[in-house]
Ligand binder design. Structure first.
Ligand SMILES: *Cc1c(COP(=O)(O)O)cnc(C)c1O
Length: 393
């Protein structure tokens, strides 16, 4: 038998705003539901399915690993994790990596790492982490508090202490908040959930320069904008700066859960045995899949293609001069279309027309298509979006 939306509502905790289709399978850049509807996917499961669905090499690698070894505890090393660690740190130009299972877990670990670095070197009282207003860093008690949006700081008191929030792109505000208590700043190069807002290059460069002078660690949360999403390895590579810590997840998994904390040489040996752990972390199957992601998507040729596809989307929307469109922003295949109407309405209408899109905040239609999408497929979806916007009064 097949299950529908109402069965799901009866048995699954109602913590998400859900859409109607119950998804059954995927192929290429298309998803299908229990009513045999077909959808062009501009969401990638929120930036995860970067290789689309049914990617042959990824399936081959993960199935093979599944049969060989699905799990071994972190008391041991496994080959896929060592191989992934080597490839990932090389491509990221970082020293070492700790593997986790999700973005929130990676960020939580990144915060622990920054605090321990500071404690080891300077002792107590230097544990504050700055983040940006409108940021999003996860759903654990600590990463909720790290998230610079008041609406997330409700119900779950007491939250973890030691966070302060800087207005994005406001260097004066940053300098004001950068007290002697601060050990790190955590930034999304492009704020995702906050509305697809790329940071200003000047701001990022100045922040990194000042942090380096004061030995304040720079953490980039690359959970959404990392792993080729913007046509570079990481979103922050668009700003020509270096990071001390980088958190990754979503797109590295391509369908399986994985997260990682990438460490520069400065922090690579801060965690000692017993300081941090994760039972499922470095899962061999997830690692085998992630190796295919690196191989397929993290190279100059693919970077170039992704950048071109991003430019194509922007041009296409700009040239249409649709009166509902206020702004189009983002880098590569992480795009936000700021609209006058309710983006949730656009999302609902798009489903009826066989297209899946995301929203961000109250006024942005967010596009995170699989990175393997073609221009032709992009055009099909963009035409649908423009048609919907044209029909809105
Ligand atoms: C999605 C996201 C997270 C949280 O990742 P989970 O895997 O859902 O825990 C953290 N930071 C950013 C920038 C994200 O987009």
């Amino acid at each position: 038998m097949s299950y529908d939306f109402n069965d799901a509502k009866e048995h699954i905790v109602n913590s998400y705003g859900r859409l109607e289709p119950v998804i059954t399978h995927g192929e290429g850049v298309y998803l299908y539901d229990t009513n045999e509807n077909k959808y062009l996917d501009f969401t990638s499961g929120i930036g995860v399915s970067s290789l689309g669905y049914g990617h042959e090499k990824w399936i081959k690698a993960t199935s093979k690993q599944l049969k060989t070894l699905a799990h071994a505890s972190n008391i041991f090393y496994t080959e896929p994790s060592v191989k992934l660690a080597k490839e990932l740190t090389e491509k990221a130009n970082m020293s070492k990596v700790f593997f986790a299972n999700s973005g929130a877990e990676a960020n939580e670990g990144a915060i622990k790492l920054a605090r321990k670095y500071s404690y080891d070197k300077y002792g107590d009282g230097r544990s504050k982490v700055l983040t940006l207003m409108q940021s999003f860093h996860g759903r654990t008690i600590t990463t909720l508090k790290a998230t610079g949006q008041e609406k997330f700081h409700k119900y779950f008191f007491p939250f973890t202490e030691g966070f302060d929030y800087v207005t994005a792109n406001d260097i004066k505000d940053f300098k004001k908040k950068l007290t002697d208590e601060v050990c790190a700043i955590m930034l999304e190069a492009i704020q995702g959930e906050g509305g697809v807002i790329p940071l200003d290059k000047d701001f990022v460069q100045e922040v990194v320069k000042i942090c380096n002078e004061k030995d304040v660690l720079v953490i980039f949360d690359e959970v959404q904008c990392g792993i080729s999403r913007t046509g570079k390895m990481f979103g922050y590579n668009n700003f020509d700066v270096e990071a001390d810590i980088v958190s990754v997840a979503k797109g590295l998994g391509a369908g399986l859960p994985i997260g990682g904390i990438l460490c520069s040489s400065k922090v690579a040996d801060v965690f000692k045995p017993g300081d941090h752990g994760s039972t499922f972390g470095a899962n061999p199957v997830a690692c085998a899949g992630a190796l295919v992601v690196l191989d397929e998507l993290c190279n100059e040729k693919t970077f170039e293609k992704i950048a071109k596809k991003g430019a194509f989307i922007k041009e296409f929307i700009e040239e249409a001069k649709n009166p509902q469109v206020v702004d189009i922003r983002g880098i590569g295949l992480m795009i936000g279309i700021k609209v006058k109407c309710d983006p949730a309405l656009v999302q609902k209408e798009a489903i009826k027309k066989g297209l899946l899109v995301l929203t961000a905040g109250k006024d942005v239609v967010r596009l995170l298509p699989p990175l393997v999408i073609t221009k032709k497929e992009l055009k099909i979806g963009l035409d649908i979006i423009l048609e919907i916007l044209s029909n809105i009064k």
